[in-house]
Design a protein around this ligand. Sequence first.
Ligand SMILES: Nc1ncnc2c1ncn2[C@@H]1O[C@H](COP(=O)(O)OP(=O)(O)OP(=O)(O)O)[C@@H](O)[C@H]1O
Ligand SMILES: [Mg+2]
Length: 414
Amino acid sequence: MAGATDPADGLVGSALRPGHPDFLDLPWNVPLAEWEGRTARLEHLPSGPSRHPVLFVSYAGVLYALKELPPEIAAKEYGLLRRMADLRLPAVSPVGYVRARHRGEEAGVLITRYLDYSLPYHHLFMQPDLERYRRHLLDALAGLLVQLHLGGVYWGDCSLSNTLFRRDAGTLQAYLVDAETSEVHPQVARGLREHDLAIMEENVAGALMDLVAVQALPPDYAVEEVGPEIRRRYEGLWDEVTRVEVIAPSEQYRIQERIRVLNDLGFSVEEVELAAAQGGQQLRLRTFVADRSFHRDLLQGLTGIEAEESQARQMVNEIRELQATLAQRANRSVALSASAYRWLTEVYQPAMARLQPLADPMTPPAELYSQLLEHKWYLSERVRRDVGHQAAEADFAQLLARRRGLPSGEAKTL
Ligand SMILES: Nc1ncnc2c1ncn2[C@@H]1O[C@H](COP(=O)(O)OP(=O)(O)OP(=O)(O)O)[C@@H](O)[C@H]1O
Ligand SMILES: [Mg+2]
């Protein structure tokens, strides 16, 4: 099959969202497997196992992932990812697809934005502090499935290799990367949810057995316990979000309480439904959630900062604490937006200006800030009093500098 290309080979057509390059300069006349050496745009980044060829290209520092598939499947996956984006679900963001001809045959290429700062699961499983990450990894995958199901998405191929992970204030956030088998429904029926969970259990066990086989995990690793553990976490979160509460008409405060619990879990509440029961003696309270970006949206609205949900929750808490302090000092109420502005210009921006030049460029800014908060907490715990922002920042800056300038052994002494 290999050999001279046909003059008719090359791009046949494309459908792309605005705001991205046109990708016309790429070597569309050959399959992705033969792009090495034909374009200077290739970037070599870690990726999970895949049946289809996947490449990463860079345009002015912005990275894109390209996946070669049969043309109709590329178009279908693009459509599914668009629907997930409209539903604000955590999935890679679709850019478009290309149809190209190679030696008389048509192929499709799905283009997505590279999920910046993301890690495939095997990187996490090979971390020395695996145990710390493991729990977060399970929560992240369970949380992703809950969000998809709440949004009406049946995944059909939930697995560790079809998920990408991002660090989030000491925890992890999971993103769907492979939507090929997904279906969007008005609601995901119990049977379909069960199906997704069964697929997840089987796939997770398979992926972990592969890691044991290559000795990335110890031979006695309890492979078969991980899937059921993710299922338990899934069921717990699902029940918490969807449960119906029965309240007395005099207990209206419980409506606010319910909304607060959901917000704390990151869910934005879209609708609260009340229905009289027991001849009006009781009210059945049901809440419907929109997405799991409550603090992200709030932080972005207040400060413009883009963060993951747990990072954003930490920052919003700081802004609220500052609001309380300012109000106490001024002896009057202070708007959250006013305290957000003070926090941004007097706390966040100066800290980042100092720390970012010292930090590993692979650490996203919001994560760096959350590491600073963790460092402050750690120092304060050690001396059993609040060491304050400035002292924590100075100490953290020294730690970052040592990490970059000296062998890692020395940096661990703090
Ligand atoms: N937008 C993206 N950002 C970062 N990494 C990506 C992106 N798209 C794909 N990848 C990487 O490529 C890998 C393979 O992608 P994907 O799972 O979609 O391929 P596949 O061939 O359809 O897989 P399967 O074998 O499950 O069918 C992912 O695990 C991920 O590591
Ligand atoms: Mg895949």
